[in-house]
Write a protein that binds this ligand. Structure first.
Ligand code: TYD
Ligand code: MG
Length: 457
């Protein structure tokens, strides 16, 4: 048999090279290649002499056992998951440090543990690789959960964890906080390297699938927002969730980025309070600053997340530069590439000049906008800031802007209008010919970006 070759695996993207290089040829990151143990190759024989065992087929049309979803005790968490925890599934939860992942999962663990306390169900196991058991207990006390029968452990060895779990009844919920702190002695490399993360996740997921356990893996996020470790981790799990928000703000959004059992556009909204995360059932008012005075550069955007409307305030500030210095563009809560595009369209199609001005754009309340319909509201905020003309405080703006400067129709026009009317707004500006009229709301249809500029300036 040929000698297995050395492999070098990029710790950022998982790309494989046959020799060490300073830069990964696949993703271009520097100093990310690390040697991995060669993989042994086997060739399948088409009979039992290969040592393989026959697998079981189940016809699709035969009624099998449907795994019942289990409520997590937090309706917002269940909503983001598409309706509760699926037994035998693996969930990866990413998010910035300190955003509240451990807090959220401790609250869910406590609920599951209490639910199953009376017997019948199962246990709730929380394994922390980052904090000592005492620290987790302290947190539980702060959350008022210290009497919940969670099985708590501080451990990092996957072999120890799985050995222990193998000797007891499988729990209903297993939380691993975090996958980057886990290690397996059968795999080379320090905890957190691609091969360790992948190998440990593989073992844990296999255990979860075989035993009908819902597994939650906490994953760290790198500075560019990806879950640290290879992309393969996202392929291995059933659900990828991201817990977002600004640490300095109270509100947190739980989003599912991938979901094998449900929709991916629903969000869960929480508020971080003194005693943990509280659910926010009706978030549509949260991201409005609630001030009465009209102010230039502020526009309200009726966003829709999944099926839920959320009204968001967009703020723009424009500072004219005297010198010839390169002007800054800074964005919080929106895509900076999209802002650059919108500024270019405003210059090219409406004759406005931003070239010698600094542009700052902020989405209020630490919210991150992903809805493409925000273009028109951002444009309105920019034009209003540029002309120092406040927009009507009772107006909302939505629509997508094309490179040609057209204002294009967007999804959910009627949900946006209905929610705006409900919250007391009187006027909506949006793509012409879009939605049917809404009671109590005057709709102004716009077709081209210059129409918008005419309305404001
Ligand atoms: P944590 O769950 O440890 O974040 P992660 O696991 O994502 O790193 O949350 C830590 C932050 O949450 C910390 O800065 C304090 C804050 N916090 C509260 O405001 N209230 C609380 O009840 C708890 C437990 C934490
Ligand atoms: Mg944590």
């Amino acid at each position: 048999m040929a000698k297995p070759k050395r492999r070098y695996v990029c710790q950022a993207c998982g790309g494989v090279s046959t020799r060490w290089q300073g830069q990964c040829p696949d993703c271009g990151e520097w100093n990310t290649l690390a040697e991995e143990a060669p993989q042994t190759v086997f060739s399948a024989k088409h009979d039992l002499s290969s040592g393989g065992r026959p697998i079981q087929f189940t016809p699709l049309d035969q009624p099998g056992e449907m795994p019942r979803r289990r409520a997590s005790g937090l309706a917002e968490f269940d909503r983001a998951l598409g309706g509760g925890l699926v037994p035998g599934s693996a969930i990866l939860m990413g998010g910035d440090p300190g955003i509240g992942k451990s807090t959220l999962l401790l609250q869910v663990s406590a609920h599951i543990a209490r639910q199953t306390q009376g017997g019948g169900g199962g246990l709730s196991v929380y394994v922390s690789g980052e904090e000592a058991a005492g620290q987790v207990r302290l947190r539980a006390e702060r959350l008022g959960l210290s009497n919940a029968p969670i099985q708590l452990a501080a451990a990092t060895s996957v072999r120890d964890i799985l050995t222990t779990l193998g000797m007891m009844d499988p729990p209903a919920l297993l939380v691993i906080d975090s996958i980057q702190t886990m290690h397996s002695d059968q795999i080379e490399g320090a905890p957190g390297t691609v091969s360790q993360v992948r190998g440990c996740a593989f073992e844990l997921i296999r255990y979860a699938k075989e035993n009908g356990v819902t597994l939650v893996l906490v994953g760290h996020v790198t500075k560019d927002g990806n879950i640290a470790g290879p992309r393969v981790l996202e392929h291995m799990v059933d659900v990828v969730m991201s817990f977002e928000g600004e640490r300095s703000h109270q509100y947190r959004i739980l989003r599912s980025l991938k979901n094998r059992f449900g929709p991916v556009d629903e969000i869960g909204v929480f508020a971080m309070e003194g005693n943990g995360l509280a659910e926010v059932g009706n978030p549509s008012m949260l991201f409005l600053s609630g001030r009465e005075e009209p102010m230039a550069g502020s526009a309200v955007f009726p966003a829709v997340e999944g099926t839920r409307p959320v009204l968001v305030e967009i703020q723009a500030l424009i500072v004219r530069l005297q010198s010839g210095a390169t002007p800054r563009r800074a964005v919080v809560g929106w895509d900076s590439g999209r802002l650059a595009m919108l500024l270019a369209v405003l210059e090219a199609r409406c004759g406005l000049s931003f070239s010698s001005a600094e542009v700052y754009l902020n989405v209020a309340g630490g919210y991150r906008l992903s809805d493409p319909a925000a273009d028109l509201a951002v444009a309105a905020a920019l034009v209003s800031a540029l002309g120092d003309k406040p927009l009507a405080t009772d107006a909302v703006w939505f629509g997508e802007v094309s490179l040609a400067g057209e204002i294009r129709p967007v999804a959910h026009a009627s949900i946006r209008q209905r929610e705006s009317a409900k919250l007391g707004f009187a006027r909506a500006f949006g793509p012409a010919g879009g939605a049917p009229p809404e009671k109590g709301l005057r709709f102004d249809g716009l077709t081209m970006l210059p129409n918008l500029v005419d309305r404001i300036l």
